[in-house]
Design a protein around this ligand. Structure first.
Ligand code: GLP
Length: 249
């Protein structure tokens, strides 16, 4: 695991965008795994700006998002589908058919999970998977206790995640769906050739320390990333402040 400590959030965004940009410049039909949450918003902003200045072309790129709330239609303002269009897709030249996000309102949710997993496999896996991290160490919506062998599946959100994500639902936790579809940990580990995890702010400091320096345990789902062959963590100083080993760049 390579850990880069960025001076501030803007640098984190720039560094992560450069990784994506360089890869897409070299491989026009790259497959990107994308994440939601506040953290990657600045990365997407930078990618939009790189697209506008002609440095990156998304016309052949394929994307797979990590997760989606169960029960929300793609057009629901709080759905991750809506989020991705608002913060990225509507501003760049992605082909709509190349965008993949689990369909949260599919009445056949189990089948949706299986189809999603198959789509990633048929795309040949993911070149760069962007991840955020929950304050409780979750990745995607793989909450503490999730099995490391899990594939794309229906998950139950933890109370702390419901509280943390209530800010996107007008601050009312009652409005946050209790279930979601998420790529499983095994899906992420097996299909991603390079994982880029982003973390910003002191509320992520414990999770980052446990992820990078703690034991590999299902109590901290992100700790399994210690076992992946190519992980780049980009954390700003606040998120990195509890790391003990001082050899990070
Ligand atoms: C949600 C998403 C995760 C994301 C996490 C952290 O729960 N499912 O993929 O990493 O939020 O979000 P934020 O970046 O807003 O802290």
């Amino acid at each position: 695991m390579r850990i880069i400590v960025a001076d501030h959030y803007e640098e984190l965004c720039k560094l992560s965008a450069n990784i994506v940009k360089k890869h897409v410049q070299e491989k026009k039909d790259a497959v990107l795994g994308l994440a939601t949450g506040s953290t990657p918003v600045g990365l997407y902003k930078q990618l939009i700006s790189d697209y506008q200045s002609g440095e990156i072309d998304f016309s052949k790129v394929t994307t797979f998002n990590l997760d989606e709330y169960a029960g929300l239609s793609p057009s629901h303002p709080q759905s991750y589908n809506h989020f991705m269009h608002e913060y990225l897709f509507q501003h760049i030249n992605m082909q709509p058919g190349h965008i993949h996000i689990p369909q949260g309102d599919n009445p056949q949710l189990e089948a949706e999970c299986k189809v999603y997993e198959d789509l990633i496999r048929r795309a040949g896996g993911i070149d760069i998977q962007i991840l955020g991290i929950g304050a409780n160490g979750h990745i995607g919506f793989n909450e503490p206790g999730s099995d490391f062998e899990d594939r794309t599946r229906i998950v139950k959100l933890s109370e702390s995640t419901i509280q943390a994500n209530a800010r996107f639902f007008g601050g009312d936790p009652v409005l946050v769906p209790r279930l979601a579809i998420s790529m499983g940990i095994q899906t992420i580990l097996e299909f991603s050739r390079h994982i880029v995890l982003l973390a910003s702010g002191e509320e992520k400091a414990d999770a980052i320390q446990k992820m990078a320096e703690g034991p590999v345990t299902t109590d901290v789902p992100a700790s399994i990333l210690q076992k992946h062959h190519l992980v780049t963590v980009i954390a700003d100083q606040k998120a990195a402040q509890k790391l003990k080993i001082e050899t990070y760049s």
